[in-house]
Design a protein around this ligand. Structure first.
Ligand code: GAL
Length: 388
């Protein structure tokens, strides 16, 4: 009981700590790494040295392998998890692989060699880690998959993520409502649309596309939505490593070719980074307030929310990285201390070898009408950050 109380106390402290940041670690005003997450941060920090045996993480180390610092969200994910784990007494080794598969493999190999007590992995390429995952399993090191499912391995114990298909449906339903596609259909009107989908080596991207098409396919079929490039399948619209530059290039090409004589009305983008790229392409092509398209995104990054406020992006998907980190931390605690974490899905996430027990958080659409309530009142960003 005493131990349980200590755990609860530590958890609430972790939240206080995160909340005190005002924004769950979202302090970076731009996409550059902040001081908590250096790529070379290979040394365990001092929080676990307190030697407080009551803390569940006392004397234990967690290795966190994150994909990249090029996108603000992963910086926040890493910072949130590090803070929460340290508040429970864990030592943390946090590394970013800058979207380099080989770099991530060697980072995890090093963590295995260091004999960390648990690994948390958000993969660069979800299927490319099978060998190092097997090494971890042989060494008795449990693995928790963070946000991106780890494919083709039996070495993963749990998965913490958002409802990824739900992200797709939320984006598509937003488009249906904002453009009143039912009304357009009844009036025989149409809107042009192009798709910018996520990385083919990320299971999230596949599910997101499925969610989008479940809602939008009927409107494409009856001509209410017109995709002039004809590129609607996942294979035709996926962008390797979620590259903003590729999205921008594609958008530039589309605008100068297929859309030379007609406006693009809807940019259906699966990621805030794509929305930034498309924004640049649209500006270069001379789009103004008059014909600015509806642009979707995902992650509610600080820059995306600023763009929503200025009208350059229409919506994003808010995925509270504090909550995701919290769920992941409970999984780490469970595997390290031999208890059962809370899970809410045991059917969806089949990685090709096993169905991974998961906790899925709920994604929420954010736009100009609800960003204050969701993000400022919710303590994710401060009004000052958004005003900068
Ligand atoms: C995905 C994730 C998205 C977005 C994307 C690019 O795995 O689900 O929220 O962050 O990676 O980083």
């Amino acid at each position: 009981m005493k131990k349980l109380l200590a755990v609860l106390l530590a958890l609430s402290m972790a939240f206080a700590l995160v909340a005190c940041g005002g924004n769950g670690g979202n302090n970076t005003a731009d996409n550059t790494a902040n001081n908590t997450n250096n790529t070379g941060d290979n040394t365990a920090n001092n929080a676990g040295d307190s030697g407080d045996a009551e803390q569940p993480g006392a004397g234990k180390t967690v290795g966190i392998a994150m994909p990249t610092q090029s996108s603000e969200r992963w910086i926040n994910d890493g910072a949130n998890m590090k803070a929460q784990l340290e508040a429970l007494g864990y030592e943390v080794v946090l590394q970013y692989a800058e979207d380099d598969v080989q770099m991530q493999v060697s980072q995890i190999e090093n963590m295995v060699a260091q004999m960390v007590d648990c690994l948390v992995i958000a993969a660069v390429d979800s299927g490319a880690l099978t060998a190092v995952e097997a090494q971890a399993k042989n060494a008795g090191i449990p693995i928790v998959a963070y946000d991106r499912l780890l494919m083709d391995t039996d070495a993963v114990s749990y998965y913490a993520s958002f409802d990824n298909k739900g992200v797709g449906t939320a984006i598509a339903e937003y488009i249906v409502e904002a453009k009143d596609l039912e009304g357009a259909r009844a009036a025989g009107e149409s809107y042009t649309i192009e798709f910018f989908m996520g990385s083919p080596d990320d299971n999230n991207a596949v599910l997101l596309h499925q969610g989008i098409m479940e809602v939008l396919q009927p409107y494409l079929d009856d001509g209410t939505l017109v995709c002039k490039t004809g590129r609607t399948s996942f294979d035709e619209t996926c962008i390797l490593r979620w590259s903003q530059e590729t999205a921008q290039q594609w958008c530039e090409n589309y605008l100068s070719g297929f859309y030379a004589d007609e406006d693009l009305d809807i940019v259906c983008s699966a990621f805030d980074g794509f929305a930034y790229g498309c924004r640049s392409a649209l500006e270069s092509a001379g789009y103004t307030e008059e014909n600015w398209p509806l642009i979707t995104g995902q992650d509610a990054e600080l820059m995306a929310v600023k763009n929503i406020i200025s009208g350059k992006q229409t919506m994003s998907i808010y995925k509270d990285t504090r909550l995701l980190a919290e769920k992941c931390v409970t999984m780490v605690n469970a595997v390290v201390n031999g208890t059962e974490p809370e899970i809410n899905d045991t059917e969806t996430y089949d990685n090709g070898v096993l169905v991974v027990p998961s906790y899925l958080c709920t994604p929420v659409a954010v736009d100009i009408n609800n960003y204050e309530e969701l993000l400022i009142d919710g303590g994710y960003y401060t009004a000052e950050q958004l005003a900068e």
